[in-house]
Design a protein around this ligand. Sequence first.
Ligand SMILES: NC(=O)c1ccc[n+]([C@@H]2O[C@H](COP(=O)([O-])OP(=O)(O)OC[C@H]3O[C@@H](n4cnc5c(N)ncnc54)[C@H](O)[C@@H]3O)[C@@H](O)[C@H]2O)c1
Length: 347
Amino acid sequence: MSLFEHKEFDQHEQVVFCHDKETGLKAIIAIHDTTLGPSLGGTRLWNYASSSEALTDVLRLSRGMTYKSALAGLPLGGGKAVIIGDAKTIKTPELMRAYGRFVNSLSGRYITAEDVNIRTSDIAYVAEETSYVAGTAEKAGDPSPQTALGTYLGLKAAAKHKFVNDNLNGLKIAVQGLGAVGYDFAEYCAKEGAELFVTDINEEACQRAAKELNATVVGLDEIYGLDVDVYAPCALGAIINDETLKQIKAKIIAGSANNQLATPAHDKIVMDMGILYAPDYVINAGGVIHVCSEAANMSREETDKRVRDIYDTLDQIFTRSAAEKRPTGEIADQMAREVIAKAKAAR
Ligand SMILES: NC(=O)c1ccc[n+]([C@@H]2O[C@H](COP(=O)([O-])OP(=O)(O)OC[C@H]3O[C@@H](n4cnc5c(N)ncnc54)[C@H](O)[C@@H]3O)[C@@H](O)[C@H]2O)c1
């Protein structure tokens, strides 16, 4: 397994392979870039088929965190960690504490938080061994409300570019996923007069949206092909793919889900179809901004401002994408690299 030649290596500053014999912990911590501040990113627990698969994932995700924090204007770099194993069997307090000791050994170059299969209760064991944790239940708490607000504001920026203005009144919006983020996002849109079409595997959430938000509930696979203005993916990743794009009629794709593009090539395919795509890591940055408020001691006012800035950042991305005729995701990545380069030059 090569590292420096790895296709996702992309100038990572540090990659740490962690092994603890007693607990069976196998983890990789990847620190992509600390130009803007200490690296921050969640820890994912996943049953990877091989350690190379885990390495590919952690490298890709940590670079993503560098770009996300840079465009969110945060004093943070990008990092991520993966623990390899089956969440049902390997997760013990001892394993999480052993992992916490590895995080601590990096002396703050990497700050961890929750991610897939790692809950605040698991992070509490990590926090027994290190102070380099964020997003704990006692401090910042649930980031979802800020993610929902940022996603709503991001959609308004997209509406400004694609339609007459940024008012959502009268727009038809298909919301996929009514969880912690999706429901609040749908509520913001409904309050502004949008007509909602919703789906979720959780029937109760659908019924609640029908009752409280006057939403029309549709089937799980029906959500893509609706004759709507906006498709808002707030559940699954890789949802912008060849199959869904055959069905999507919406002119805007703007939602909170992570890793929406099935492949990087779908960025351009979407643009060529005349659909305006709000890059996922820009529109859903409310969560990391919220977590940063804890890690970087940001005031409430500053945190709120950064979430509201998501509108302006997307506005710039859409303007530049139209002027340069380049996909929005590509523009976002470039803008993030420019933020870092500027900070490096100012050192
Ligand atoms: N919570 C945050 O602050 C945050 C921040 C950034 C990104 N995100 C991303 O936003 C998305 C939603 O996050 P969340 O915190 O609301 O998660 P959540 O688990 O609370 O909600 C996800 C919802 O999607 C539903 N769902 C699952 N499979 C579905 C399917 N096939 N079709 C329709 N609905 C389905 C679930 O039933 C659930 O209601 C995720 O992709 C997450 O990674 C969340």
